[in-house]
Write a new protein. Structure first.
Length: 162
């Protein structure tokens, strides 16, 4: 469960950040952001857990620079929110490995994912409000929100089936 959340959050983070830079005319830099996201995904399979901390710092700096230059805030906030989510999932997966495998482990995992998902939802709501206030709420942002909501609902259905 956490692996799917981790991988999807890394993909969403790098895609949102790249889209924010590409919309502002920095398409070649957006390609580098995607390559960085692919490297981050590769680091998960190699069990290089330190990369998530490094990636969180890099994404936060890139999002802050984009905000400084006046880029669309929603995409940059989304990149930062999901990078934070991915960093948290990486740390949580490491702690799950150390826990004894029993029925309470699934409950801990579900509660943690629920709390972090609610925080991400609140962050996306704030980003949407910021985009509405700046008249930058676009069709692409709406599609992004729908995709994230569908991903969350899919995760919820998976939880309820188990």
């Amino acid at each position: 469960m956490t692996l799917i959340a981790l991988l999807s959050s890394i993909m969403i983070s790098s895609a949102a950040l790249a889209w924010g830079y590409a919309q502002s005319g920095f398409t070649s830099f957006a390609v580098w952001v995607i390559i960085f996201g692919l490297g981050w995904l590769l680091s998960i399979s190699q069990r290089w857990f330190w990369v998530s901390s490094f990636a969180l710092i890099v994404v936060t700096i890139l999002a802050a620079l984009g905000l400084w230059f006046g880029f669309s805030p929603g995409w940059l906030f989304a990149g930062g929110i999901f990078a934070l989510f991915a960093w948290d999932m990486t740390d949580f997966r490491q702690r799950l490995v150390l826990m004894a495998k029993n029925d309470s482990t699934r409950g801990v995992e579900r509660r943690h994912l629920l709390r972090v998902s609610l925080l991400s939802l609140a962050g996306l709501a704030l980003a949407s409000i910021a985009m509405l206030l700046r008249w930058q709420f676009t069709f692409e942002w709406g599609v992004f929100l729908v995709a994230v909501i569908l991903l969350g609902l899919g995760q919820l259905v998976g939880w309820l089936r188990k």
